[in-house]
Design a protein around this ligand. Structure first.
Ligand code: BTN
Length: 259
């Protein structure tokens, strides 16, 4: 772990995000990583479950940035870039590792990582704590995922120990968080855009209660995805999922899906 960063390991736990936020509520200052060998109640984005058998990385970082909630726009992209760097450090071919809005990381077009950021604010002007939860498919992946999935082992033909992934990730994310200039969203947006998946081509977009086709154009300064709709109108997306157009109809069974 980088100097000054704590770490707590659990062979099996409910959810490392849960442990991290419980510890924060009990007063732990952090920064501190919570790393689980397996999770019994792994949380995904948008209320989904995250399948968490042994062999993959399940890790959450608790920290207390002196920032306003509104300053957080770049954080999902910083985290996704850090996970991308980690896959590359572990042997993935850089050209194959791409970031999918809002904060997934794909290898060869398939989801290899998911990130769930949860935060608690004292008020509109001050965050209390932030938990960055990261799942990296090192050894296996769910066959029935919402978005087609893969693992690092499948892509590079080699097993990677969880500890190696954890130590690379901790170092890389530490460096990226320290380098973060909250006033310069554009710098992060530029970097993310260079390695983004699905920009400039038609995709299926799903937000709460709505599924439509559009072409993602760019990231806006508040982290929204600017999309051009078929009729030429523009729309800003603040939450949702992006799919290739031809998997558009895998609707309706979100709760039974994992990633
Ligand atoms: C997603 O839906 O894509 C986000 C998945 C995030 C999973 C990670 S695994 C470690 C941490 N603990 C959790 O319960 N969830 C996150």
């Amino acid at each position: 772990m980088p100097h000054g960063v704590g770490a707590r390991f659990f062979e099996v736990c409910s959810s490392t995000n849960r442990l991290a936020s419980d510890a924060a509520l009990e007063g732990l200052q952090g920064p501190c990583w919570f790393i689980g060998g397996a999770q019994e109640a792994g949380r995904g984005r948008r209320g989904r479950a995250w399948t968490s058998e042994p062999g993959n990385l399940y890790a959450s970082l608790l920290f207390r940035p002196s920032l306003k909630p509104a300053d957080m726009a770049a954080l999902p992209f910083i985290c996704a870039l850090a996970v991308r760097d980690t896959f590359i450090a572990l042997g993935a071919d850089a050209d194959t590792v791409r970031c999918k809005w809002p904060n997934d990381v794909l290898i060869s077009g398939k989801k290899a990582s998911g990130i769930l950021i949860e935060s608690s604010a004292r008020n509109a002007d001050a965050l209390d704590f932030v938990v960055i939860g990261i799942g990296m498919n090192l050894a296996h992946f769910p066959a029935d995922a919402l978005f087609p999935a893969t693992s690092l082992a499948t892509e590079i033909g080699q097993a990677v120990p969880v500890q190696d992934a954890a130590s690379h990730l901790a170092r890389i994310l530490y460096d990226r968080l320290n380098a973060w200039n909250v006033a310069d969203f554009a710098a992060i947006a530029r970097e993310w855009t260079e390695v983004a998946w699905g920009l400039g081509c038609p995709v299926t977009l799903r937000t709460t209660g709505e599924t439509f086709t559009g072409t993602p154009v760019r990231l806006e300064a508040d982290g929204a995805l600017l999309v051009t709709l078929d009729g030429g109108h523009e729309k800003r997306l603040y939450a949702g999922d992006v799919f290739p157009v031809n998997t558009a109809e895998q609707e309706g069974n979100e709760d039974a899906s994992h990633h």
